[in-house]
Ligand binder design. Sequence first.
Ligand SMILES: Cc1cc2nc3c(=O)[nH]c(=O)nc-3n(C[C@H](O)[C@H](O)[C@H](O)COP(=O)(O)OP(=O)(O)OC[C@H]3O[C@@H](n4cnc5c(N)ncnc54)[C@H](O)[C@@H]3O)c2cc1C
Length: 222
Amino acid sequence: LTIHAATLSSRKWADRAPAGWLLARAFIGEGRASASWSDDELIAASTRDFAVTLGLRGTPVLTRVARYRHAMPHYTVGHLDRVAAASVALAETPQVVLAGGAYRGVGLPDCIAQGRAAAARLAQRLGGTADPNGPEPPAGGDASETTLRELPVGTVASVAAIAPKHVRELAVEGVGPGTEVAVLGRAPLGGPLVVRAGRARIAVPRGISEGVTVRTSSEPPA
Ligand SMILES: Cc1cc2nc3c(=O)[nH]c(=O)nc-3n(C[C@H](O)[C@H](O)[C@H](O)COP(=O)(O)OP(=O)(O)OC[C@H]3O[C@@H](n4cnc5c(N)ncnc54)[C@H](O)[C@@H]3O)c2cc1C
């Protein structure tokens, strides 16, 4: 395949295409095509890949090509190690934290989670809370609570509570109150979290990860 990913936009959002028509979006990134490809070549490759993967036949009635140069980070092997090194280097400047698509996931849910975590961390360092009307930061040592979903990659925490509807699913994976967990990575575009739980490595859907409250014993790295 040439395409990296696709969105069936008119299935995802209403009114993107008239009834009976499909609006589909294909992503083609560096590595599988060249920036020098013409619009016609990109359209032909996308149409071919939609035929191969989804069985879509015929010629599109409308096509648009948008080129976003250098818009999407392409992580390479060792990326998380470099992010960790950058976080360590920033330890001396606690007023600066890293967040965004360049660091721990390019999907919007990842970016939102990183932004929230960064804001909460800065607010904590400034001695307040992220929301002036929100709860006070947890008392007692450096312990703080968040959800598994918002836990920064690499931070070790222990499970404090699990929403009742997810207790069984997680018990099957050997996860319960007190289990030591660390997020190893997040699949892009809303995919599952890769989590180390005890000595096992498991995939946790985002929806479930929201229902898991975890407690970190020290401040997470930036
Ligand atoms: C074409 C395309 C389609 C995508 N589709 C999806 C999708 O369907 N679902 C999904 O989950 N993700 C999607 N993504 C990925 C997602 O949109 C990005 O990864 C995410 O928006 C990145 O967020 P960010 O906050 O890190 O950076 P940005 O959203 O790029 O925000 C950075 C901001 O900083 C500003 N800025 C830059 N330099 C300066 C400066 N010197 N001073 C002040 N401000 C500055 C910029 O103007 C910008 O507003 C898509 C990305 C692209 C390119």
